[in-house]
Design a binder for this molecule. Structure first.
Ligand code: TEU
Length: 553
């Protein structure tokens, strides 16, 4: 059995990973082809974003049938063979479970629309108010969160796209359906679950307008959320001690996350939160441009590290996923310091307390693609916001600049396997354009160069396995006031690991001796993105994006 505190999860967005049959769409056989590559990297779990039958309005997060694999990805037999082949390499499969909503193409919703009471109660239908929707809540993808159904003179709730109808977790029958789905996949040998926006499932008993915001305060970490998670746990994965779970928690708090992930609560193994990925949102607004606030980033990391450790909770550590722009393009400098900034960002999170997640392509430094035309964007959220920003009178050039930096498609371009046509992703026409830098930045080049970003990730993954301090130690921020360095100290028994990251292209000098209140007998360098050794802690000159970890005895 794997210890999830020493494990690393690799996220695959199957549509963009590897196409085995030339239809331009990645698939399960493509993943099987690349298992040896993932074994070489050293990851323990593979999280697959949704592969179920879906109209793909939101790339699979609009599920029409939880029990079958979408033919675009393959067949159930191929899924079973993926589980088997991965297991041979000691890699386990984590599936993405979308239980806040279903596609409006799901049979439950279709029956609801026919007027079958049982299925209407699976969703959230409400009467409007004087010709207006039941509340003024805003959908996460823009516009009002309610859709009118003339036949019933009622509205249904959709916190995301209009084709993603929210489920009614207050209905016990619906909850039982969900348990059946989870148990079905456990039977197939799945060893992990990622639960999509799971902290939004408990809606309030009274629906009212939000005069302060978009409505999220009424349904985020809602009234019955802990009760529903405990019940889900008890009826499904909680019966098996080798299954890990991670909840995607939108706009959450440390207190709630401790409850979600403290083992005594019997809810989940760990949680994603997004606070550190809003440090470049101007006034909290995603669709704007702003340099990242480094001070705030440091404070957030420090607060969450200590908060979760003190409360015996467990964090999922990540920069990238299929909803976020590439982190090196975002907080690094891919033009001048591609390798240095990509590896520095990796060190920052991999040696913290929590379970690191690597998003496909991150391990060799894939960047944002810099699409120039709106036609290149495929994501429903990006297209909705393009139209919203247009209607607000913002000019085309400015909107394209915002999309280039903020669109979810930044992370959804095909994996750059090599320098051949379509970066070796497909022999057909890819569903979304390949980034133009694939001739330089690709997996083949990375594997051929021992000094590449890939081997740096491999080393980081290995350090977590070898050093108990990384998995189980405390975490204290060092140099808290420093304007360009984020440093922290991990501590367990009499051993310490210090991690130092220069977040900027400017050089600077630090004195670590001042930060240390114990005797130093021996300093060992565990990793350095400049291949350096660090003996004199009193005066360390940090070069652009320099990053290292040392062990002190
Ligand atoms: O995302 C939840 C979510 O709210 C975001 O990360 C969202 O993409 C972002 O706020 C938009 O700015 C999850 C999935 O990861 C995402 O891909 C789905 O679109 C969404 O749920 C709906 O299922």
């Amino acid at each position: 059995m794997k210890d999830f505190k020493k494990s690393v999860v690799y996220q695959i967005y199957p549509k963009s990973f590897k196409d085995s049959n030339g239809d331009g769409f990645g698939d399960l056989n493509g993943i099987i082809e690349k298992l040896d590559y993932l074994k070489e990297l050293g990851v323990d779990y593979i999280w697959l974003t949704p592969i179920y039958i879906s109209p793909q309005k939101d790339n699979g997060y609009d599920v029409a049938d939880y029990y079958n694999v979408d033919t675009r990805f393959g067949t159930m037999e191929e899924f079973e063979s993926l589980v088997k082949e991965a297991k041979k390499r000691e890699i386990y499969i984590m599936l993405d479970m979308v239980f806040n909503h279903t596609s409006t193409e799901h049979e439950w919703f279709k029956k609801a629309l026919k007027g079958e009471e049982k299925y209407k109660n699976y969703y959230i239908f409400k009467k409007g108010k004087n010709g207006l929707p039941p509340t003024n809540w805003i959908s996460k993808f823009g516009g009002n969160a309610w859709e009118y159904v003339e036949k019933f003179d009622e509205y249904y709730l959709h916190l995301f796209d209009v084709t993603q109808a929210d489920l009614n977790w207050d209905n016990k029958e619906l909850r039982q359906e969900i348990y059946d789905v989870v148990n079905f996949w456990i039977e197939k040998g799945v060893k992990g679950f990622r639960l999509d926006v799971i902290n939004l499932i408990s809606k309030p008993s009274i629906f009212e307008d939000d005069n302060l915001g978009d409505g999220r305060r009424f349904y985020t970490d809602g009234t019955n959320i802990h009760k529903y998670l405990k019940e889900l746990n008890e009826n499904t994965f909680g019966k098996h001690d080798d299954i890990i779970t991670v909840g995607e928690m939108s706009s959450t708090s440390i207190d709630n996350c401790i409850k979600y992930s403290n083992p005594n609560e019997k809810e989940l193994s760990m949680v994603f939160n997004f606070h550190h990925l809003k440090v470049d949102y101007k006034d909290g607004e995603k669709w704007s441009l702003m340099d990242f606030n480094f001070k705030q980033l440091k404070e957030l990391f420090n607060e969450w590290q200590n908060g979760m450790i003190n409360g015996n909770g467990w964090n999922a550590l990540f920069w990238c996923n299929h909803d976020q722009p590439r982190v090196n393009s975002r907080f690094g400098n891919v033009k001048k310091y591609h390798k240095e900034s990509s590896t520095m960002l990796a060190t920052t999170i991999h040696l913290m307390n929590g379970t690191p997640y690597v998003y496909q392509g991150e391990e060799f430094g894939m960047t944002n693609p810099e699409f120039d035309k709106i036609e290149e964007y495929k994501d429903v959220e990006s297209i909705n916001y393009y139209n919203i920003l247009k209607s607000q009178g913002i000019n085309e050039e400015e909107i394209m600049k915002i999309l280039k930096s903020k669109s979810r498609d930044n992370s959804r371009t095909p994996i750059q396997w090599d320098d051949t046509l379509n970066a070796g992703f497909t022999t057909g026409t890819p569903w979304i354009n390949v980034s133009s830098n694939y001739k330089d930045i690709n997996a083949k080049n990375a594997l051929n160069n021992k000094e590449s970003v890939f081997y740096y990730y491999k080393k980081l993954i290995n350090i977590r396995k070898e050093e108990d301090i990384i998995a189980y130690g405390d975490c204290k921020m060092l140099l808290p006031e420093h304007k360009q360095v984020y440093a922290y100290e991990r501590k367990l028994n009499n051993e310490n690991i210090i991690v130092v990251n220069n977040f900027y292209d400017k050089e600077c000098t630090i004195n670590l001796n001042k930060e240390i209140d114990y005797n130093i007998e021996k300093v060992e360098t565990l990793i350095s993105n400049y291949n350096d050794k660090y003996d004199n802690l009193e005066k360390i000159n940090l070069r652009p994006y320099e990053s290292f970890a040392i062990k002190i005895k």
